[in-house]
Structures are given as structure tokens and as C-alpha cells.
Design a protein around this ligand. Structure first.
Ligand code: SF4
Ligand code: SF4
Length: 246
């Protein structure tokens, strides 16, 4: 059995070093109209934060913001059933109660994860693609701050150095992404530490520099018209500036 060496103190240090916002804009304003007014990644109807048990221990000592997540359907039951031995699923009190310094690593990193090549090397950050139809940020990768990329990758390096199970989780997740994107005939976008876009061919695993017109646009974020239509269907209110960053 794999033993994780991560402690609550490790997470306290990680929290101090990983604070950079993902971009200069409040991206929650862009996805909330599609999600009943709440940012998509702050609602367990969409995303259930999974944390290391040592991280939950740290959080419980600092705040009452977080509690154990209770599954409410087959999908969320599956998430809980498939947790690794050192993880647990938790939920916060919601966006209106957010405490910035008590956000989990999952909150801070969303919607990005460390992409691992077939040769088992991390080359940068890619996206949790299942949220592509709801997360504005994934369709605006050119706006991601390099400070965020650096802090995020450093945090994952620290976690992987002490927890091999977590490392294998992302090796497997990256391989799943290659399988899914290969089936869909899509290229995988990856941002390196300098904020440069790279494109992975999911069939071969080959990586090449991305061109300016290759930043992905997904689902309702493909055009202003598609965005407005999706918000109308969700019964939300279009932000004053529409789809554009603001
Ligand atoms: S990261 Fe994505 S889902 Fe989360 S608030 Fe920003 S746009 Fe919404
Ligand atoms: S702690 Fe904040 S960022 Fe994290 S899920 Fe809750 S509201 Fe969202």
C-alpha cells in the first residue's frame, strides 16, 4: 500500500505559496449566469472538491467553512467510492461565504491540472475538460497569469514528491484525456511555465508549440451568440460586457 507523507503543515506551506489568481478578471461572473448565479466550480452540483485527508485536517483546525461531502446521487456516490485511500470529498458553505485563505488546493488550481506526458513528464497545465461547457476560463487560456502557472506547478511538484498515489492519479488522468480527445478528434492544449501554449496530439502523444489561433474555445464560449443563447436557456442574466473579459 502506498503511504502518503503529506502533513497538515505541508498544506499550510502550500497555501502560503499558492495564492496567485488564475487571471486578472473575475471569471466567476462569466460562468455563474449559466449556473443559477453561482460560479460553477463553487457548487457541488457541478464540482466536488477532493482533498488529501491531511489538507482537510488543516482546514478543520482553521475554519468551519468546510464539511464532509454527502453524496446525493449515483454520480456523486461514484466520486466518493473512487477516492484514493488518502483523499476525501468535502464541501464549503458556498461562494457567498468563501474565505480566500482557506480555499483548498483544488479550488486554487481549478480548472487546471498538471498534464503528464507518456514519458511521465509534467510539461504544464491542461484543463479538466468535463467542465468545458460551463467554465469560461478554459476557453480563455491566453489570459492565464504566468504567476498562477508557476505557483500551481510548484504546488503539484511538492505534492507529488510526497505522495506517489496522487502522482499516479494524474498520470492516469492525462492518459484518459489522450484517449477521450483522440476519440473526439481534438488536440490537447497545455500551458507551460512561461504561459506558452503547446498542443499535444492525443493519438501519438507528440507535443509541439501552439499557434495563436489554437487556443481552444469550447461550447457556449465559442461565440457571443452561443454564450447569450446558453444563458437564455439557463434563465440567467448576460453580464454587461457579454463574453469579453472584463
Ligand atoms: S474557473 Fe471556471 S468554473 Fe470556476 S469561476 Fe472561473 S470560469 Fe467559473
Ligand atoms: S472555498 Fe471558495 S473557491 Fe473553494 S469552492 Fe468554496 S466558494 Fe469556491
Amino acid at each position: 500500500m502506498t503511504v502518503s507523507k503529506l502533513t497538515p503543515d505541508d498544506f499550510a506551506r502550500l497555501y502560503r505559496r499558492f495564492n496567485a489568481p488564475v487571471c486578472k478578471f473575475d471569471c466567476g461572473k462569466k460562468c455563474a449566469p449559466l449556473n443559477g448565479g453561482s460560479p460553477v466550480c463553487c457548487s457541488t452540483q457541478n464540482a466536488v472538491p477532493v482533498v488529501h485527508k491531511a489538507e482537510f485536517k488543516l482546514l478543520r483546525g482553521r475554519t468551519d467553512l468546510w464539511s464532509r461531502f454527502k453524496p446525493y446521487d449515483a454520480t456523486t456516490r461514484k466520486i466518493v467510492d473512487e477516492l484514493t485511500s488518502v483523499s476525501c470529498a468535502i464541501e464549503c458553505k458556498g461562494a457567498a461565504h468563501c474565505e480566500r485563505h482557506n480555499r483548498t488546493i483544488a479550488c486554487r488550481a481549478f480548472p487546471f491540472f498538471p498534464y503528464v506526458t507518456r514519458a511521465r513528464q509534467i510539461i504544464g497545465l491542461s484543463v479538466y475538460w468535463i467542465f468545458e461547457d460551463r467554465c469560461w476560463m478554459m476557453s480563455n487560456m491566453r489570459l492565464v497569469e504566468t504567476s498562477f502557472i508557476g505557483e500551481c506547478l510548484d504546488a503539484w511538484d511538492t505534492i507529488f514528491a510526497k505522495d506517489k498515489e496522487e502522482w499516479e492519479t494524474y498520470v492516469d488522468y492525462s492518459a484518459s484525456m489522450r484517449r477521450v480527445f483522440s476519440r473526439r478528434g481534438m488536440k490537447i492544449p497545455v500551458l507551460d511555465r512561461d504561459g506558452q501554449l503547446h498542443i499535444v496530439d492525443p493519438k501519438t502523444g507528440d507535443v509541439r508549440p501552439g499557434r495563436d489561433n489554437e487556443y481552444p474555445k469550447y461550447g457556449p464560449f465559442k461565440s457571443e451568440a452561443a454564450y447569450r443563447r446558453a444563458i437564455r436557456e439557463a434563465g440567467g442574466e448576460v453580464p454587461a460586457e457579454g463574453l469579453a473579459p472584463a
